[in-house]
Write a protein that binds this ligand. Structure first.
Ligand code: FMN
Length: 282
């Protein structure tokens, strides 16, 4: 397998970058980015969203807070996506934008998910945002500085970015009473590991997966109080879409066929946890 085009490899390589070299991207790279943006696969629910590469300069000695937290410096370009509000749209948005981010990782470009409301920002004007549309997240794109800035390292420390929840906390076998480790899962162990490595807002990792005989069922376990921060954008639904993207790309790469389907197993689930969608094995 050509590792450059292995999504599993790209998922392992990606991490959020917040400091950039303030360089102009070559025409060739801009063209490659624009090519990626027009070939994004549809999300699991097939809702519409669109993405644009835009130029917006942030000086290297400027620290701009753009998302919910964290500062970006040196970035000269951003990818801005828009969609309509709603559960399915936010999930698809996460799925599709993460696909772009992985492709950009393959071009050796740095990125960082920045979630929040950009409805009244300059970004909204640049993408001609309509009244019924929202910008759930943006990402800077460019050549990241070789070393992370002290500020970036502090943000990563604060969000615990290097850490991921252990398997037994997020993956289950049959029902929520039976936590699963990677030895019990078989073929799907690499696929679920790729879910575990997914980025999420404030690194909250709200996804939960229950494997049954014929499917992997995805649930969202909400972080208490988190949705109040940005009532207009459900960042944890975006997180679920990202995780589902990692799941499908890795499953397909490992030739594990299946498809997304509403197939709620109706099992008892913890409070604050909601069923989202299932990957049904073929
Ligand atoms: C939907 C979403 C929104 C995010 N919003 C921000 C943000 O506003 N500011 C920021 O600095 N990082 C943001 N992040 C990045 C996360 O903090 C980061 O993905 C997480 O800590 C894991 O670190 P990693 O991406 O380096 O693996 C966001 C990530 C996601 C998925």
């Amino acid at each position: 397998m050509n590792t450059k085009f292995s999504y599993i490899d790209l998922i392992r390589r990606r991490s959020s970058r917040r400091s950039y070299k303030p360089e102009v991207l070559s025409d060739k790279i801009q063209e490659q980015i624009n090519q990626i943006i027009v070939t994004i696969p549809a999300g699991p629910f097939g809702t519409d969203s669109s993405f644009r590469l835009i130029r917006k300069s942030i000086a290297a000695d400027q620290k701009i807070k753009l998302g919910t937290y964290g500062f970006i410096s040196g970035a000269q370009y951003f990818i801005v996506g828009k969609t309509v509000s709603g559960t399915e749209a936010f999930i698809d948005f996460g799925y599709r934008m993460e696909w772009i981010i992985l492709k950009l990782t393959g071009l050796e470009l740095g990125t960082c998910w920045l979630g929040g409301t950009f409805t009244r920002s300059e970004f909204a004007r640049l993408v001609n945002l309509q009244e019924n549309e929202v910008i759930p997240a943006i990402t800077p794109v460019g050549h990241a500085t070789e070393k992370r800035s002290i500020r970036d390292r502090l943000i990563r420390l604060g969000a615990g970015s290097k850490n991921r929840k252990p398997w037994l906390e997020i993956f289950f076998n049959g029902d929520f009473n039976h936590p699963s480790d990677n030895k019990q899962i078989g073929d799907y162990s690499t696929v679920l590991e790729m879910v575990r490595l997914a980025p999420s807002a404030s690194n909250k990792q709200p996804w939960r997966v229950v494997q049954s005989d014929n499917a992997c069922h995805f649930y969202l376990q909400r972080t208490a109080g988190y949705s109040r921060m940005f009532p207009a954008i459900d960042l944890q639904q975006v997180d679920i879409g990202i995780a589902m993207g990692h799941f499908e790309l890795s499953a397909r790469e490992l030739q594990l066929s299946g498809h997304w389907q509403i197939a709620d197993p109706g099992i008892v689930h913890p409070e604050g946890t909601e069923y989202i969608l299932s990957w049904v094995f073929e």
